[in-house]
Write a protein that binds this ligand. Structure first.
Ligand code: CDP
Length: 228
């Protein structure tokens, strides 16, 4: 495990990735988005019309050399030598990703890839996902669990997609987020849940800067304690 690891878990659109990115910049660490690996495998499966089956998809991930490549500045999701940062955010991938992420062989493959990518960074990482504090880095200096009201999460995701926050977009997005959260929380393997030591932060009424400040303060405290 790299010397500094901060984990940020939580439901869809709770602000994990944007927060993790900003916290990493403030602490001189790198942001590692574990969900992007599940998305890469889902994209490869859709492109290959592969059956959604664990061993097959773990083999596909290996064959297609799926990885989070450390560029020296950030981690880039790669599929067969291609930067797929944009493609993995598409609606078809989002629709299928929770089914792929429920497969234990896929989870094992991703966990090993996350640990290997984290080890590439000289100083440390802020990793976001669903099971990073509970399964991947339970020994992390700080484990954060972000939550936010379902309506507020839908509003943020709609804005992130550059769409109008009208009733149609909000309810469609809300249905999509709720169905993914249900699938992620009720699966047998590594369901979405906070580690008992995780600090839970409800971001519904916090500004983005406030939530980043809060995690940075907690991280500084925990890293200092760990180092002393
Ligand atoms: O849309 P959002 O950014 O919230 O999700 P994501 O972080 O890109 O993750 C996409 C999907 O991957 C989730 O809905 C989970 O099914 C799965 N995932 C997981 O199971 N475990 C992780 N550590 C990260 C993501």
């Amino acid at each position: 495990m790299p010397s500094s690891v901060i984990t940020i878990d939580g439901p869809a659109a709770s602000g994990k990735s944007t927060t993790a990115k900003a916290v990493a910049v403030r602490l001189g660490l790198a942001h590692l988005d574990s969900g992007s690996l599940y998305r890469c495998i889902t994209l490869a499966a859709l492109e290959q019309r592969s059956p959604i089956e664990g061993a097959t998809l773990a083999r596909l991930a290996e064959e297609k050399k799926i990885e989070l490549h450390w560029t020296g500045e950030h981690y880039k999701p790669m599929l067969a030598g291609r930067d797929v940062s944009e493609e993995i955010r598409g609606a078809a991938v989002t629709r299928s990703v929770s089914d792929v992420a429920a497969l234990p062989e896929v989870r094992e493959w991703v966990n090993a890839a996350v640990r290997a990518s984290a080890a590439q960074h000289p100083k440390g990482v802020v990793v976001d996902g669903r099971d990073i504090g509970t399964v991947v880095f339970p020994g992390a200096a700080l484990k954060v669990f972000l939550v936010a009201d379902s309506r507020e999460r839908a509003r943020r995701r709609v804005l992130q997609e550059g769409l109008a926050t009208d009733e149609e977009n909000l309810s469609r997005t809300s249905v999509e987020l709720d169905s993914r959260d249900r699938a992620d929380s009720s699966r047998i393997h590594s369901p979405l849940m906070p580690h008992p030591d995780a600090v839970q932060i409800d971001t519904t009424n916090l500004t983005f800067d406030e939530q980043v400040d809060r995690v940075v303060d907690l991280a500084r405290e925990s890293l200092q304690k760990k180092g002393s």
